[in-house]
Unconditional design. Structure first.
Length: 236
């Protein structure tokens, strides 16, 4: 079901881009499928759910942890958001036991996670792509160059969000991301940097996994408060 929805979203995004190519920057607003006519209401309702994709290297550790943490945190806001994850390389081994144990202590279940390799269709279908390090952002943008305005590292989107301010009550996600993207340059995201990268704990101690989870928890809580603030869902 997740793959079918992703395929439908990606197809509709390409149709929308084709119909509005060269028109205005409004074609980058999110959800991008909202302007497409002649779509069955039930399918359109599903497509209007915001899609967030986390990307790391093997999709065994950092990105599935971030996805599970943000998904749980968003459950407290009532936001209609789908959160999933993938890796830039294909692996056939699940999360390491040390991570599973540390994740369980935080209330997230990683034992049943099956790694997936990211592809262009996933990227095109996502409203927001979040890399756990600069290398993952670069891999995403190389695969789909047009994704750069909606692709950030986790540390970067939180940093820029704190600088730009939270999403306004009448501001859609795309407009908020456009504010964050203003003045960004690809060259600024070359190499590695502790300002943008979450350290990969693979092969490390339980303390290493615990530190990664601690960092990602704090960052995803802040991201939730910035991108999906409670005021967007308050009654009245």
């Amino acid at each position: 079901m997740r793959a079918s929805l992703c395929s439908a979203r990606a197809l509709l995004v390409r149709v929308l881009d084709h119909r509005t190519k060269g028109a205005t920057q409004n074609r980058r607003m999110y959800p991008r499928v909202c302007a497409i006519p002649d779509v069955e209401p039930a399918l359109m309702g599903a497509l209007l759910v915001t899609d967030v994709l986390f990307v790391c290297t093997g999709n065994r550790c950092r990105s599935p942890s971030a996805a599970l943490l943000l998904r749980r945190q968003l459950g407290e806001t009532g936001s209609e958001v789908t959160v999933h994850s993938a890796g830039t390389v294909e692996v056939d081994v699940g999360p390491p036991r040390r991570l599973v144990l540390e994740g369980r202590a935080l209330g997230i279940g990683l034992a049943a996670h099956v790694p997936h390799k990211v592809d262009s269709e996933m990227i095109r279908g996502a409203d927001l792509v979040i890399g756990l390090a600069r290398e993952h952002l670069r891999a995403t943008v190389v695969a789909v160059p047009s994704s750069f305005p909606r692709t950030f590292t986790l540390r970067e989107i939180v940093r820029r969000g704190l600088e730009a301010g939270p999403r306004g009550q009448e501001e859609d996600l795309g407009a908020w991301l456009a504010r964050l993207h203003d003045a960004r340059l690809r060259v600024d995201l070359m190499g590695e940097s502790p300002d943008d990268d979450i350290t990969d704990p693979m092969g490390g101690t339980r303390d290493d996994y615990r530190q990664m989870l601690t960092d990602v928890t704090a960052l995803t809580v802040t991201l939730r408060d910035l991108a999906w603030p409670v005021t967007l869902h308050a009654d009245g």
